[in-house]
Design a protein around this ligand. Structure first.
Ligand code: SAM
Length: 348
């Protein structure tokens, strides 16, 4: 029998797991990540788009073994990913369906990206915290982006993941948002151009530029062609630490959080060098709230720490960073998603 200290019961709200069980579930998160990765990689949720199937049929369609696959599904069902039906078939819940490839809120591409590029370097988090060296740099022997661009398939996975993050988690964020005035809009580090396409969709009089490293631009060209934007969006290859094209409005979507303050000032310095005074800047990022309030940015912050040496920022940190680089923060537009539009102007 285990003795219970006075007051223990009062600290454990009814319905919550005992602390030790809760902690073991947290620490066992690696099992859940890997199980969800297998479901995403085998494309099980996509198979269930048309309706329920037996595990045997799923296994056959996905070139998997029915016994272990059934055990994965049995583990994930009580977590709300699958539902077992009385006739012996299984179906996805709305949560599980986000791993299907064909949904607007799909996070399948982000799941593949994280698990194929982030999972192993995260094993160096202890090294990161002890030494200050970024875990992924230590793991790969070079900065993460330098490693990714060597493999064109991973580049595609990365761009697909970014589109899925903004599409899946950013649902509704572009509705009702209008960019500041300016004819030419440059999306710096724009990947496949998925954010720029959303921003320019209802703006036929504006032209756009997607700017990214040379290894990423073929994917951007393919994506813009597919979306029918090649007539008014140009794709430019380069390094934002060196220079960027001239534009009236600059978009930095999910870029600044990748870098520490000094590197961010170099990117903003490239914009300052290319732009006319009065040029507008739109930073798309999550904003870290104060206190212990849960927020998406607090989990993503560890990804930035371990993979890139960047960080998520609070309003004050954004204001200070932008001001130190010659920009005045104008306004922050919150959206129904975890992301906000942070608008600033280049000071004369
Ligand atoms: C986190 S992704 C953001 C993609 C996109 N802006 C979005 O919100 O979906 C970071 C992007 O920055 C690009 N990038 C990294 N280093 C760069 C550099 N030195 N110059 C230009 N682009 C760079 C990467 O190739 C990648 O497409």
């Amino acid at each position: 029998m285990i003795d219970q200290a006075p007051g223990d019961a009062a600290e454990q709200p009814t319905g919550e797991l005992p602390p030790a069980m809760q902690m073991i579930q947290f620490v066992g998160g690696f099992q859940l990540s890997q199980a969800l990765y297998v479901i995403a990689k085998l494309d099980i949720a996509t198979q269930l788009d048309e309706g329920p199937k037996t595990v045997a049929d799923l296994a056959e369609a996905c070139w998997a073994q029915p016994e272990p696959l059934g055990r994965l599904i049995r583990t994930l069902a009580p977590m709300g990913v699958f539902r077992s039906l009385p006739d012996g078939t299984v179906e996805t819940t709305p949560l599980g369906a986000t791993l299907s490839a064909h949904r607007a809120d799909s996070v399948r591409a982000a799941t593949l990206y994280w698990m194929e590029t982030h999972y192993l370097p995260f094993s160096e988090l202890l090294h990161n915290v002890r030494t200050g060296e970024t875990a992924a740099t230590h793991y790969f022997g070079e900065p993460f982006f330098d490693w990714v661009v060597k493999d064109s398939e991973l580049v595609e996975v990365q761009s697909g993941a970014m589109a899925s993050v903004m599409g899946g988690l950013g649902a509704g964020m572009f509705e009702g948002y209008r960019l500041p005035a300016g004819e030419v809009v440059a999306d710096i580090g724009g990947a496949s151009g998925s954010v720029l396409v959303q921003l320019l969709e209802n703006e036929p009089d504006r032209r756009g530029i997607v700017f990214d490293v040379p290894e990423v631009v073929p994917d951007a060209r393919r994506h813009l062609e597919m979306k029918g934007f090649t007539d008014r969006v140009e794709v430019v290859a380069g390094d934002f630490f060196e220079s960027v094209p001239r534009a009236d409005v600059y978009v930095l979507s999910y870029i600044l959080h990748d870098w520490d303050d000094d590197k961010c000032r170099r990117i903003l310095g490239s914009i300052e060098a290319a732009a006319m005074p009065g040029a507008r800047l739109v930073v798309v990022e999550g904003i870290v709230p104060g206190g212990d309030e849960p927020h998406f940015t607090k989990a993503i912050d560890l990804v930035m720490l371990a993979m890139l040496g960047g960080k998520e920022r609070s309003v004050d940190e954004f204001a200070q960073l932008l001001s130190s680089a010659g920009f005045t923060l104008d306004r922050i537009v919150a959206t129904p998603s975890p992301f906000s539009f942070i608008e600033a102007t280049l000071r004369p």
